[in-house]
Each structure stands twice: as structure tokens, then as C-alpha cells.
Design a protein. Structure first.
Length: 343
């Protein structure tokens, strides 16, 4: 039986990855932060009672605390390490740039250095991001596309990307980057745009609220399903040699298009009028305002358009996404409709 350690196990990706690895027969260990409220909602089902899987073990630790990381590595002796922990919200990184750098940048080096000293034979996965491409110099983006980060988050992730490459080249660690494009699910945090929309759509359909306010409706992203992307993470660590891989479904849509589809799935057809901050999305059937633009959600520097070319991962890892964009939107709306009691 192989042993895996996941940082960020309580997050969206950590929860899907823990499920995947448990299904494959791994012993799975996760790092959790101490917090005053319990932060394990996404992994509770893997922990509970006789129906739960006994192989998910949790350890208190923090990417800001080197000692906790060395202690956990010495105790767990993992074969594979998935570093998913981060302050992962791009917009919030503008208001917390130093903290974001501490966790999403330096945190990776703390962990890499601990791996080098304690379990140098372990395979290491770094959760790198399409945000590295930022103001992208070409469309679509692949492993050769130059980076141009546009936020404190992306700058921190750039540091982590190169630290991972550097530990591979300098010390011969098996350390790989997955450069993952946006991936979403019903478990997505509620302040990321997709989940913010699907949650609001469900509450509107249930008569619990009237409208939703968003920032830049023009932004385009390559949105896939998180469940498919954790399979890519695992495949990246099964490759013969460590490397860096772009992962995405290769389809781009705007935030406005996401709204159209999500509302339509709940039976509301949107009609857009106005431009910029005056743009409004109304219910075509009765003219009720459903979407407004609030400049509060604009970012000081925006990433306008991300689109993946994941041919290397498709060919080299045999990775194929199973869920397409429209199915993803429907899945998220359905889950939120159910959560608010409207389904
Ligand atoms: P997420 O839901 O925000 O989860 C982040 C995880 O990191 C949570 O478990 C969080 O713990 C943990 N964490 C935060 N600060 C920590 C610290 N100081 N020490 C230890 N753990 C800490 O993010 P996600 O969407 O699952 O993404 C997983 C990783 O992939 C992140 O590194 C993200 O930046 C990267 N990524 C995500 C995407 C995407 O589209 N989802 C794309 C590319 C890259 P709490 O639960 O206690 O907050
Ligand atoms: O959902 P978002 O906050 O995700 P973003 O910034 O693309 O970052 C996510 O994906 C990255 C991979 O490319 C990850 F590395 C990162 O950790 C995170 O998971 O915003 C998507 C787009 C942006 O252009 C944003 O400006 O939606 C736009 N947007 C428009 N209105 C909004 C809103 N974003 C948020 N969060 N909230 C809004 O009201």
C-alpha cells in the first residue's frame, strides 16, 4: 500500500484527491489547520464511523510552520506528497499580499526543504496555476508559454513553480508542477465566481433572494470539473520522470456566458442591457433584475482570458476530462438547488 500526504486536504481539490487515492488503496494523510470552527465539511464523509474509510488520517499543521511540516513528514513517511494548500483566492490576494506570499509562495519552499531533508525519495506535486500565464502572450497556453503573473497570488505561485523546478534540478527530487486551469465543482468555495453564481441562482429560484452582483463579466476562463483534475494530479506523479504539465479542458467561456447557462438551467432566461458598470441581466419573461455589476469586485489587475492547450498531458499521461463545461454548470446548479431545498 502506498502512502500519500495531502496539504490542503480540507479544500475543494484536497477532498476529491483524498477520495481518489482512498479508492486506489492508498493510505491517505492530510494536513489540517487549527481553526476555531471546524473546517472539515468537505472530508467529513471520509472520516465518519463504520461507513467511512479508516485510512484518512489528519494531522495539525500549517505551511507557515516549518516544525509541524517536518514532524508530519517524519511520522508519515509518505511516498507521494500533494501540496495543495494555499491562500487560493486571487481577488483577496490583493488585500493580503504578504500573507499570500507567506503561504502560497514561501510555504512551498518550507515544505520542499523539509522533503529534501526527511523524505528525499518521495514524489512531490505542486499545485501550480494557469494564473501564472496572467496577461497571456499567446492563446492557447501550453508549457512553453511565457509567464506574466497579474496578482500577488500569481506572483507567489510563480515563486513556488520555480522553487519546485529548482529542487528538482539542484537536488534531484522527484518534484513536478501541474499548471492547472480553473476547475470547479459543487464543493467550490462560495466566493469564487462559478459557485457564487450557482448558489445565487438556486436561492433566486427558491425565492430566497432577488439578484446577484458580480465584477468583470467579460473575463474568460477554461472551466473544468475538479474531479477530473485530481486524476491528472495523480497521473503526474505516476510519470517515469518529474516534469511540468498544463491541464485544462480547452474551452473558454465568459462569466456572462456562465450566468446565462446557470440561470437557464433553473428556468430563467437572461437578457442583457447596458455596458460596463451599467450592464444588467434581466429575466426575459418579466423584466426582473437578476444580475448587476458592482465595481467592488473588479481587480486592480485582471486576467482577461485563459485557454489551455493540454496536448502534452493528454498524450503523455493519457489524461482525458470526463465532464464538459455545460455538464459542469448543470451539476453545480443542481447541487445548489438541492442544498437550498428547491429540488
Ligand atoms: P481551496 O478550496 O481554497 O483549498 C485550499 C486549502 O489550503 C484548504 O484546505 C485550506 O485550509 C488550505 N490552507 C490554506 N492556508 C493554509 C496554510 N497556511 N497551511 C495549511 N493549509 C492551508 O483551493 P482549491 O480550489 O482546492 O485548490 C487547491 C490548490 O490548487 C491551491 O493551491 C490552489 O491555489 C491551486 N489551484 C487551484 C485551481 C482551481 O481552479 N481550483 C487552479 C489552479 C491551481 P482551510 O480549509 O482551513 O481553509
Ligand atoms: O472565480 P475566480 O475568483 O477565479 P480565478 O481568479 O480565475 O482564480 C481561480 O482559478 C485559478 C486558476 O486559473 C486558481 F489558481 C485560483 O486559485 C482560483 O481557483 O474569478 C474568475 C474570473 C475573474 O476574472 C474575476 O475577475 O471571474 C471574475 N469575476 C467577476 N465577478 C469574479 C466576480 N470573481 C469573483 N471571485 N467574484 C465575482 O463577483
Amino acid at each position: 500500500m502506498k502512502t500519500a500526504l495531502i496539504t490542503g486536504v480540507t479544500g475543494q481539490d484536497g477532498s476529491y484527491l483524498a477520495e481518489l487515492l482512498l479508492d486506489k488503496g492508498y493510505a491517505v494523510h492530510g494536513v489540517v489547520r487549527r481553526s476555531s470552527t471546524f473546517n472539515r465539511g468537505r472530508i467529513d464523509h471520509l472520516r465518519k464511523g463504520s461507513g467511512g474509510d479508516p485510512y484518512l488520517h489528519l494531522h495539525y499543521g500549517d505551511l507557515g510552520d516549518t516544525e509541524s511540516l517536518t514532524t508530519i513528514l517524519a511520522e508519515v513517511q509518505p511516498d507521494e506528497i500533494y501540496n495543495l494548500a494555499a491562500q487560493s483566492h486571487v481577488g483577496i490576494s490583493f488585500t493580503m499580499p504578504t500573507y499570500t506570499g507567506e503561504v502560497s509562495g514561501l510555504g512551498t519552499v518550507r515544505l520542499l526543504e523539509a522533503v529534501r531533508q526527511i523524505v528525499p525519495q518521495a514524489r512531490f506535486y505542486q499545485a501550480s496555476s494557469s494564473e501564472l500565464f496572467g496577461q497571456a502572450l499567446e492563446v492557447p497556453q501550453n508549457e512553453q508559454t511565457p509567464f506574466h503573473p497579474r496578482s500577488p497570488y500569481a506572483v507567489a505561485k510563480l515563486y513556488s513553480f520555480w522553487a519546485t523546478v529548482n529542487f528538482r534540478e539542484a537536488y534531484g527530487l522527484y518534484a513536478s508542477n501541474g499548471i492547472l486551469f480553473n476547475h470547479e465543482s459543487p464543493r467550490r468555495g462560495e466566493n469564487f465566481v462559478t459557485r457564487k453564481i450557482t448558489r445565487a441562482v438556486a436561492e433566486i429560484a427558491a425565492g430566497q433572494r432577488d439578484w446577484l452582483s458580480l465584477g468583470n463579466l467579460e473575463a474568460r476562463r477554461d472551466w473544468g470539473f475538479a474531479g477530473d483534475f485530481v486524476d491528472a494530479m495523480w497521473r503526474i506523479l505516476q510519470a517515469d520522470d518529474p516534469d511540468d504539465w498544463v491541464v485544462g479542458i480547452g474551452e473558454e467561456h465568459s462569466v456572462r456566458e456562465f450566468c446565462d447557462l446557470a440561470f437557464a438551467h433553473a428556468g430563467i432566461e437572461l437578457e442583457w442591457t447596458g455596458t460596463g458598470t451599467e450592464e444588467v441581466g434581466r429575466d426575459r419573461a418579466n423584466g426582473t433584475t437578476r444580475v448587476l455589476v458592482n465595481p467592488r469586485y473588479f481587480r486592480p489587475a485582471e486576467v482577461d482570458r485563459l485557454l489551455s492547450d493540454a496536448s502534452k498531458a493528454r498524450q503523455g499521461l493519457g489524461w482525458e476530462p470526463k465532464v464538459g463545461f455545460e455538464e459542469l454548470v448543470r451539476m453545480m446548479v443542481d447541487a445548489d438547488l438541492e442544498a437550498v431545498g428547491a429540488k
